[in-house]
Design a protein around this ligand. Structure first.
Ligand code: ATP
Ligand code: MG
Length: 357
């Protein structure tokens, strides 16, 4: 696909850089500072106390991205919190995804988000979507992400309805490696694992995205107590409002895998019209038995895998590392599953992924 084929290009223009401010954190110019962390329209930057600040970006590499360097090609997705666009870097023609989130939050939440963005930018794992740069400008957070040309697992599932076990094992293996990285290298809980936060590409890669920031927004914004702001994949201990840990993500993974296998969200509403509001679903997850894979339709390994994830007591769930050694993941290991072919057979990618900066 050539640059500009898809839609008239929108220019993302940026006002000239503001003076950076050293005040404690939120300033009139929209700059936010907390300790050594500085977030403003020029990016996220770590500054030492003694350093004289300049409006440079913090990427460890020499490549310093600015929003003005991108052409917007097309809107590729909309979530509750914002809009995602396919953008193209003007000088290299490489594609990225630009996520723009409009926020209306106080300083304490902004402080949390700044920390999460810092973690996102420092994440280096082939199973986690790369966050290249983040910007904050008076209520708008813009995040330049690695572009995943197959979209999300939710988009893919809509096309194929169900995913056969061998492909599911190959997908799951990558998600587990990503989760293992987040849990044990970064010490963070994803908190918002769901099919739309697992992205795929034509090379057969599966990567986790949206950890931290969207979960913070969902739990702190006005959406917090609505059906919209609450994930269908939340573990019972989270719903109950108690403490929760890494194993909360494993519950979500189990529900996602079951949904991918059956083509349906694992909990069925008591009446045909769907869930009668958010409390009914939450009540079902907390009080009804955990869902399971029907043993007449799926292999014993798959049924056992789902049961190892979807235990109502988090202590009875296996960790990401333990699950990587589960017989379901091992079963198809020597089959050389071609996920790239499988993903692209459902439809060509919107734009071809070029080498990253
Ligand atoms: P929610 O707002 O409830 O978390 P969501 O995850 O679908 O829902 P977004 O994170 O805004 O919302 O993403 C919207 C859609 O944009 C995704 O479903 C996916 O199709 C697409 N998308 C997001 N990030 C990327 C990316 N890095 N590369 C390609 N497509 C992406
Ligand atoms: Mg998302």
């Amino acid at each position: 696909m050539k640059k500009g084929d898809l839609a008239p290009k929108l220019k993302l223009s940026l006002p000239p850089p503001d003076e950076l401010c050293l005040s404690k954190f939120l300033t009139n110019s929209g700059t936010f500072k907390d300790g050594d962390l500085l977030v403003n329209k020029n990016g996220v930057r770590i500054v030492s106390e003694n350093e004289v600040e300049t409006p440079a970006l913090i990427q460890p590499s020499d490549n310093q991205l600015s929003l003005a360097d991108f052409d917007a090609i097309k809107v590729i997705g909309k979530g509750n919190g914002g809009i995602v666009r396919l953008v193209q870097h003007k000088w290299t023609n490489q594609f990225f995804a630009l996520k723009v989130i409009q926020v209306n939050i106080d300083e304490s939440v902004l402080k949390l988000i700044g920390r999460e963005l810092k973690i996102n930018q420092s994440s280096k794992c082939p199973y986690v979507v790369v966050c290249y740069q983040s910007f904050y400008d008076n209520g708008v957070i813009s995040i330049i992400l690695e572009y995943m040309d197959g979209g999300s697992l939710a988009d893919f599932l809509k096309k194929v309805n169900r995913i056969p076990e061998p492909y599911l094992a190959a997908i799951c293996k990558q998600v587990l490696k990503g989760l293992w990285y987040l849990h044990h290298e970064k010490h963070i809980i994803h908190r918002d694992l769901k099919p739309s936060n697992l992205l795929i590409n034509h090379a057969g890669e599966v990567k986790i995205t949206d950890f931290g920031v969207s979960a913070i927004l969902a739990s702190t914004s006005s959406l917090a107590n609505t059906f919209v702001g609450t994930s269908y994949y939340m573990s019972p201990e989270r719903i109950k409002g108690g403490s929760y840990g890494y194993r909360s993500d494993i519950w979500g993974l189990g529900l996602i895998m079951l949904e991918c296998a059956t083509g349906q969200y694992p909990y069925t509403p008591p009446q045909p019209g769907g869930w009668d509001g958010f409390y009914e679903l939450m009540d079902t997850v907390v009080n009804e038995p955990a869902p399971s894979a029907p043993s007449d339709l799926y292999s014993p390994e798959f049924c056992s895998f789902i049961s190892a994830c979807v235990q109502k007591n988090p202590r009875e769930r296996l960790s990401a590392n333990e699950l990587l050694a589960h017989p379901f993941i091992k079963k198809f290991d020597n089959l050389d599953i071609d996920l790239g072919f499988y993903f692209t057979s459902a439809g060509p990618p919107l734009a071809t992924l070029l080498d990253k900066i």
